[in-house]
Design a protein around this ligand. Structure first.
Ligand SMILES: NC(=O)c1ccc[n+]([C@@H]2O[C@H](COP(=O)([O-])OP(=O)(O)OC[C@H]3O[C@@H](n4cnc5c(N)ncnc54)[C@H](O)[C@@H]3O)[C@@H](O)[C@H]2O)c1
Length: 349
């Protein structure tokens, strides 16, 4: 079958990647979508079950740091577009094993860029999926794409370093790169280490939501379908060499988030909400918030469509309908992660 476009998604079995891959496969039957993913502890093959038999979908289980494999993919497939999402993503773990974050997030990006740049077929777009965390803690003003980068945790440091590699290819070779920096993305199928599924899975087990530290942390949340639309918008209309913030005005204090979830899941009176909160010690430094402005992306025509209330409703419903989705994966004795997620973390926080 002849495809009009070949798209390589790295990390396509993860939370965002699986939604992006499913959308690409369904919306563009004339495109071939290749997913390169090593199936780290945070993903399940079930995330892609709806599309795994589609003629325009191919899965390659492999490591983005494996330069022989990655070069082979670019030699044998005429890749037009790369969405690079493969990464270690859990901030708390990045303090425990910074070198694995450095390896995957920085070396993996270097390997991928090198292979894509040397490929016999000319790439149209290399889209690097970065994060608002590269800006560091927000103050009074929202960050725009020209704001300085002051990453303050090992995860964010590696994402910023990878961005520099991406920029190097633009500055030196005019390689057609685009960088996105997104707020926290949430929705169905997110692994239970991130804040919303973590609170939901604790509540499902009749345990309290753990709030780390005493500082008033808040996060901006973007629903997954709006994020996928933004990635597709950037692919079609984004300008090469540019960076696009991908954000929302929906800023939710973490304590408020916990109370909203308790209200929905436990259905208890207001006076009993706090009985489901537990305050635990936090790290000495956490970024309180990451406000960003997304005007550049909006100028391309993108808008977030899913309200916080609706996004949360759909997310809670999915976790209620699929209570064993992640516990089954963990029960399968999957390799790599050696310990359960910590009770509190900050990224999604
Ligand atoms: N979730 C968010 O809120 C958010 C916000 C901004 C940016 N991002 C970025 O988006 C990307 C995807 O995030 P996510 O939330 O879907 O994370 P995730 O942890 O759910 O998915 C990461 C994926 O990368 C894969 N992976 C890890 N190491 C790999 C390797 N060596 N080779 C191949 N695949 C590997 C994993 O198996 C997994 O499928 C990441 O780059 C992350 O930094 C996420």
């Amino acid at each position: 079958m002849d495809f009009s476009r070949i798209v390589l998604v790295t990390g396509g079995s993860g939370f965002i990647g699986s939604h992006l891959v499913c959308s690409l496969v369904a919306r563009h039957p004339g495109w071939k979508v290749i997913n390169l993913d090593n199936m780290d502890y945070c993903c399940s093959p079930r995330s892609l079950r709806n599309i795994e038999d589609k003629a325009n979908y191919t899965f390659i289980r492999g490591d983005v740091c494996n330069s022989r494999l990655v070069r082979h993919i670019f030699k044998t497939e005429n890749i037009d577009v790369v969405f690079h999402l493969a990464a270690k993503t859990h901030v708390e773990s990045s303090f425990e094993s910074p070198s694995s974050f450095q390896h995957v997030n920085v070396d993996g990006t270097r390997v991928l860029l090198g292979a894509a740049h040397q490929a016999p077929h000319q790439l149209q777009r290399f889209i690097y999926v970065s994060t608002d965390e590269v800006y560091g803690a927000g103050q009074d003003e929202a960050f725009d794409e020209g704001s300085p980068l002051r990453p303050s945790n090992p995860y964010a440091v590696t994402k910023a370093a990878a961005e520099n590699l991406v920029r190097f290819y633009w500055d030196n070779f005019r390689f057609p790169v685009i960088v996105t920096r997104s707020n926290n993305i949430y929705g169905p199928r997110q692994y239970t280490e991130k804040v919303i599924p973590r609170f939901l899975s604790l509540l499902q087990k009749n345990q309290k939501c753990t709030i780390q530290g005493t500082l008033p942390q808040s996060r901006h949340f973007l629903y997954i379908s709006d994020a996928v639309d933004a990635f597709l918008m950037v692919l079609e209309k984004g300008i090469v060499g540019e960076i696009y913030n991908m954000g929302t005005s929906c800023e939710i204090p973490i304590e408020q988030l916990a109370r909203e979830l308790i209200r929905r899941v436990k259905n208890v009176p207001e006076s009993e909400l706090d009985d489901w909160l537990a305050f635990v010690p936090g790290r000495p430094h956490v970024d309180l918030c990451y406000p960003i402005t997304s005007e550049k992306l909006q100028q391309l025509g993108w808008r977030a469509h899913v309200s916080w209330a609706e996004g949360l409703r759909q997310t809670v419903k999915w976790y209620e309908d699929n209570p064993d989705f992640w516990s089954d994966v963990i029960d399968e004795n999957r390799p790599i992660r050696s310990e359960p997620a910590k009770p509190s973390d900050k990224h999604q926080p």
